[in-house]
Design a protein around this ligand. Structure first.
Ligand code: PA5
Length: 477
């Protein structure tokens, strides 16, 4: 791996501390070593399943190879991103779910928290928006702040059939056409190579610049392919570092034994906790930059593991409800519940050893000891102390929690986190013996929407909706 030096890479290693899951700290609320060891065989089997099926498109496991097989694509993306940064004032991603959460997450993680408000001289790239809803107010408000002729629209959809994304596409197509702009000049597609509606549209328009969302990569595992790489490169994010970080974590997780493989251990801890009724997984970064990593993780974990059928077609209802929580903000909102409410949660802390800047708290209010003790400390010290204190309080209350330690936030460490969570999800899915990569549970709602909007071929579904019992007035108050 040619990314920086070996010493630097090792100094940036993300590590897992799961002491606060164990009986030594939690008493009878924690795992004994014997308990964890009882998952060893299941963990090794999950590891082997993932290893044997790496890269298999038919199983949607193409994501495992993304850190290694995109040299030419990365070069193309970097060249395109340079042009976009020079040519456009705005860059708008149109997409939803796995086609949006990754770009939002990387933007928030690695760019200035008020990026769009910075002057162009500091921002350097275009203003950035990700539209992942069809709220009409949001669309109206977006159109109020961009100028279509100076906007590059990146339409991201594997299927090209997602109503939300295609609605947005129709809006901007109309907008560009009315503004006299050639769609080909302002639109980039990220979609399936051979099939799907965006491919058809591109062919009809004589070839829109398109990036491939590879066959074997599902939406929620797609951040490290052009779905995430193009928006990131447009923002000036070091995409080579992201991929290098992912490869580094892949290498870190090369062992079949959970005690040597952090992603596999995370999967074991979560599955073992689920089996003991921990139905809620809280992802709690102590960093505003990582707020949307928690969002991205929630989709990955929820959509991948929430299933009602095993791989051998037996009924089951598995999964764990992921919850995003932000340290320290949610200490003043959620932590009361985590500490004293039901014993149904595992908290994952994302903790930074070093923040992106130091901020000295000035001395003042010397006559008010409650306030003056803060002066002379740094904000980094304060947030870290609050993180440590919350972990301590949860542990003292017998609440399972563990920490992923991040030396500092950069493209390389973010790439590690993404790959760790993807591996963890793949291992957990294998341990639960479910299909990690499909999402049949969202189909019914999609079909009902089509029926309600009169899409052809959905008459039977419309009749089914119409045949629902009448709402009872006494339950509407
Ligand atoms: O993870 C997934 O597969 C989904 O969240 C999809 O990304 C989402 O439904 C959007 O699908 P598409 O890319 O086909 O528009």
């Amino acid at each position: 791996m040619g990314y920086k030096t070996k010493e630097w890479r090792n100094s940036m290693r993300v590590t897992l501390d799961y002491n606060n899951m164990m009986d030594k700290f939690l008493g009878d609320k924690g795992f004994s070593q014997k308990k964890l060891s009882s998952y060893h065989t299941a963990a090794v089997n999950a590891f082997n399943y993932v290893k044997e099926n790496r890269g298999k498109d038919e199983l949607y496991m193409g994501w495992t190879e993304l850190p290694y097989n995109q040299k030419e694509i990365v070069a193309d993306i970097l060249a395109t991103a340079r042009t976009i940064r020079r040519k456009f004032k705005y860059f708008v991603v149109l997409g939803i779910g796995g086609s949006a959460l990754g770009p939002i997450m990387a933007f928030n993680a690695l760019c200035h928290l008020h990026y769009n408000d910075l002057p162009k001289s500091k921002r350097k790239g275009p203003k950035f928006y990700v539209e992942d809803n069809v709220d009409p107010v949001r669309m109206r408000d977006l159109l109020d702040v961009i100028e279509p002729e100076y906007t590059c629209f990146n339409v991201i959809s594997k299927s090209g059939a997602t109503s939300e994304t295609m609605t947005q596409y129709l809006v901007i197509l109309d907008l560009l056409t009315k503004a006299g702009v050639n769609v080909k000049d302002n639109v980039i597609f990220t979609t399936d190579e051979k099939k799907g509606n965006l491919k058809k549209i591109s062919d009809e328009l004589g070839g829109i610049k398109s990036y491939v969302l590879p066959d074997g990569v599902g939406g929620r595992f797609s951040e490290l392919c052009p779905v995430g790489l193009l928006p990131a490169a447009v923002l000036g994010i070091d995409i080579t570092g992201l991929l290098a970080g992912a490869a580094y974590m892949d290498y870190t997780c090369r062992f079949a034994s959970p005690s040597k493989n952090p992603a596999l251990m995370c999967a074991v801890l979560q599955v073992a906790a689920m089996n003991e009724g921990k139905n809620v997984g809280v992802m709690m970064p102590y960093s505003d930059n990582l707020k949307y990593l928690a969002d991205w993780y929630c989709q990955l974990w929820a959509e991948s593991l929430g299933k009602n059928e095993t791989l051998d077609n037996k009924p089951c209802n598995v999964g764990q409800t992921p919850v995003k929580s932000l340290g320290v903000t949610d200490q003043h909102s959620q932590v009361q519940l985590y500490t004293e409410g039901p014993y149904d949660k595992v908290v994952t802390f994302l903790s930074l050893k070093k923040y992106g800047c130091e901020f000295l708290i000035p001395h003042g209010c010397e006559n008010i000891p409650d306030v003056s003790f803060l002066g002379g400390h740094t904000m980094e010290e304060l947030i870290q102390a609050e993180n440590e204190a919350t972990a301590y309080a949860l542990t003292k209350a017998g609440r399972m929690n563990y920490t992923l330690w991040i030396p500092e936030l950069n493209a390389f460490t973010l790439g590690q986190l993404l790959f760790l969570f993807e591996l963890q999800t793949a291992y957990a899915g294998a341990m639960l013996n479910i299909n990690t990569y499909n999402q049949p549970g969202v189909e019914e709602g999609k079909k009902a929407t089509y029926a309600l909007l009169g899409k052809s071929g959905y008459d039977a579904k419309k009749a089914e909706l119409d045949s629902q019992p009448q709402k009872d007035a006494k339950y509407i108050i």
